[in-house]
Design a binder for this molecule. Sequence first.
Ligand SMILES: Nc1nc2c(ncn2[C@@H]2O[C@H](COP(=O)(O)OP(=O)(O)OP(=O)(O)O)[C@@H](O)[C@H]2O)c(=O)[nH]1
Ligand SMILES: [Mg+2]
Length: 387
Amino acid sequence: MIEQLGKNSRKMRSGLKGIVKKGLGEMGFNAGGGAINWFPGHMAAATRAIRDRLKLADLVIEVRDSRIPLSSANEDLQPQLDAKRRVIALNKKDLANPNIMHKWIRYFDSRKQDCIPISAHSKSSVQKLLEVVEFKLKEVILREPTLLVMVVGVPNVGKSALINSVRQIALSRFAVQEKKKRATVGPLPGVTQDIAGYKIAHKPSIYVLDTPGVLVPSIPDIETGLKLSLAGSVKDSVVGEERIAQYLLAVLNTRGTPLHWKHWNNRKMDGIRFESEEKHEYNPKDLQPNRMKPPNVSDVVYVENLVTEVQCAMYKTLAEFNGNVEDENDLENLIEQQFEVLQKALKIPHKASEARLMVSKKFLTLFRTGKLGCFTLDDVPETNTVS
Ligand SMILES: Nc1nc2c(ncn2[C@@H]2O[C@H](COP(=O)(O)OP(=O)(O)OP(=O)(O)O)[C@@H](O)[C@H]2O)c(=O)[nH]1
Ligand SMILES: [Mg+2]
């Protein structure tokens, strides 16, 4: 069953709404039921374990994705989290639209929730988060010999990456002699499967708990599910890359984003675009951050050129489009056209048997690595809807 749109989401643009409905038919996002099931068995057990440990936690860092500050909240845990000392860390701020971040901060402020945008890979932003954490703990720090800080959130929002950065900062500050290995971090959801503690301070002893990412068994509406998929919190195979890419294209077109790409690229066109015409086999690994190896210059130029090609192709199709993006059939036609031009822009062989799937995967990788720009997918709720 498709439930009603969440009360916080602004009324969806009609073309986009039609595509969302059409793309997913009448499937619901329910645990164990329907064609779409994103609540793997381990999540129920993990949720119970998290609830138990939450009772003992002195503070919770709730990690959300900056691109979807509301859709990445685990609604079922909210009542318990509301009752704790909590800081909401809006992670991956490097991928979100920086121009509206202040609105989100104001929004959480109006709900009396502490919120801080961070990038788990940036020491300075994690440092700011720790200052807030320390401030909120100051009275218990004086009282208790041992403190527990829990890090919770939906899958793939960067909980483990944050813990590694926190530990690095703590190791340099307190010389904690704990030789435990780093928390495992990975690009796909579901990397952390067990709760694990890391000591970050002495006197008082402070432990941070890494937890498996958990979703709610029933996602409240289809668009929330698609946003979670686009941000990488739900495995691609659950919804399918083609549907996720179709949703992304619908969002970009209805927002008119490709029209802005013209100005962006005008500045780049003269410089690099025709520089590297040599054959270069596309490898999604080129787009993944690799801390061990500095990026190869020709890889960087190749990816930049690829992005320019993609953005120009998207700009051209939208600028020349005669239909109305608010009309779902028109929008669907535009998206079909864009799948074709993207195939060329992404250098996918004409006859590739799974060309559409390959286009979708590559396009999603560009989006998820921020190569297409910074986006926030959730709308900030109107102030008068704040309860
Ligand atoms: N761009 C960007 N990527 C990040 C940031 N933080 C984490 N990541 C990446 O996001 C992916 C997921 O990070 P994890 O730390 O494994 O996420 P998690 O929340 O622990 O995931 P689960 O254990 O599956 O619940 C990894 O590829 C990280 O490198 C960030 O601030 N910005
Ligand atoms: Mg993890």
